[in-house]
Design a protein around this ligand. Structure first.
Ligand code: SF4
Length: 186
């Protein structure tokens, strides 16, 4: 759960909002539990972008899918459209009184979350723009995640990518986040 806690601390999402989760999936055949890191898949063909009537969700040139909070009207079409159920509407709750005011004046933009707006994992774009890895990847003690440039044939991610596959590929959104399943545990 290090990635879950690190994401929370890094992005300071509001109470009840978990952009990065660990699902525990029981496999009755193997009698094993598989732990699956689960967040926005940063789809190549994202239904959330098409669904938003205000063009509030967009894909950056590098493929990261983000919400423009200034355009989001909170109508939730994106929530319905996302096949992975990872978009959350920011609640009007704070961890402590005055949190929102503090965020507006003292915190970086990526930690400001106005209520009533859609939000999901940003792949820590603010870290990537500084040459760093997403915090979930950087902090994982078992190095279970790999981040890299899919357009770079020399990137270390390519070896893993070849052996990986998306969850729920039938949704057709072509997720950029893919998984390497140990044999017999899928
Ligand atoms: Fe959009 Fe959902 Fe795909 Fe993320 S996982 S890009 S929110 S459709």
């Amino acid at each position: 759960m290090t990635c879950v806690v690190n994401c929370k601390e890094e992005n300071l999402t509001r109470p009840g909002v978990w952009w990065n989760q660990i699902l525990q999936v029981e496999n009755a055949d193997t009698q094993r539990i598989v732990y699956v890191r689960y967040a926005c898949m940063h789809c190549e063909d994202p239904p959330c972008v098409k669904a938003c009537p205000n063009e509030a969700i967009y894909k950056r040139p590098d493929g990261i899918v983000l919400v423009d909070k200034s355009k989001c009207a909170g109508a939730m079409e994106c929530v319905e459209a996302c096949p992975y159920g990872v978009i959350v509407m920011t609640p009007d709750k704070e961890y402590f009184a005055g949190q929102e005011a503090l965020q507006k004046t003292e915190l970086s933009a990526h930690r400001v979350h106005p209520p009533g707006k859609a939000s999901m994992c940003t792949l820590c774009f603010h870290r990537i723009d500084e040459g760093l890895q997403p915090i979930c990847v950087a902090g994982c003690p078992s190095r279970a995640m790999v981040f890299g440039d899919l357009d770079d044939p020399e990137s270390p991610i390519q070896e893993k990518r070849e052996r990986s596959e998306p969850l729920q590929a039938s949704a057709g959104s072509k997720p950029k986040v893919t998984y390497v399943f140990p044999s017999g545990l899928k």
